[in-house]
Design a protein around this ligand. Sequence first.
Ligand SMILES: Nc1ncnc2c1ncn2[C@@H]1O[C@H](COP(=O)(O)OP(=O)(O)OP(=O)(O)O)[C@@H](O)[C@H]1O
Ligand SMILES: [Mg+2]
Length: 254
Amino acid sequence: MNEELTLTILGGVDKDGVPEAIRFVEVSKGEIVGIVGPTGSGKSTLIDDIEQLAQGDTPAGRTILINGDKPDAMTRVNPRMKLVAQLSQNMHFLADMTVGDFLQMHARSRGKDEGLTKKVIDLANTLTGEPIAAHHPLTVLSGGQSRSLMTADIAVISDSPVVLIDEIENAGIKKQEALELLAGEGKIVVVVTHDPVLALMASRRIVIRNGGMVDIITTSPDEKDVCDRIAEVDNWLMSMRETIRRGDIVEDVA
Ligand SMILES: Nc1ncnc2c1ncn2[C@@H]1O[C@H](COP(=O)(O)OP(=O)(O)OP(=O)(O)O)[C@@H](O)[C@H]1O
Ligand SMILES: [Mg+2]
């Protein structure tokens, strides 16, 4: 994880086959990049191109480079060398095992210390409300708990240096913390979002229209200020939700 890493997107074509206005996007370690655009514009399609390390072989005809080069065939298929991890829109575990067994198995398969299991669970519990325990069966976890566990698992156990997140806003987890956690581990984070806080946490955001990358906006210092202010309102709202969830009375709405 300490080596340098860049991810490059070379533009392809939009839904009409017209070359994309943005031909070249290069992203470095620890950077958060947003993807924004109307419903159906092609945001998930761009995420999928990155996930598959497309080589001009998808409908949009984009090419993804790692450290300026085409990834070799091994990198594209070997799960141990998997460069890209994805947190998808709908996530549920199907495996019939406990949280602890699952994490131990994952740690072993990555050649990591099984003691990391506790670290993952502790981290996941900073992102979610109702705590997850090692003895819980995976299948009883809620959507938010599953997402929190996956986020912590990607941050601690998985070596994948690129993390793709499709619409985390409705996942019922502390989304800012989750994003900061992943970027803080030196990962490249690409996040599809309509959430102003998440979009402005990104250093840049790619604008998608009609299947094509039409613009790339660098977050200005003014926007960063706005982001901090919205985050305050957001956190206040979140604590209000927590109060309601706990079954407590909301007293101060000053
Ligand atoms: N460059 C492209 N060339 C051809 N088809 C495309 C292209 N980009 C997107 N599409 C197609 O457009 C449709 C919508 O794309 P996609 O699901 O990526 O949109 P989205 O922005 O993620 O939408 P939502 O906001 O609803 O999640 C898909 O069927 C996809 O295959
Ligand atoms: Mg989508």
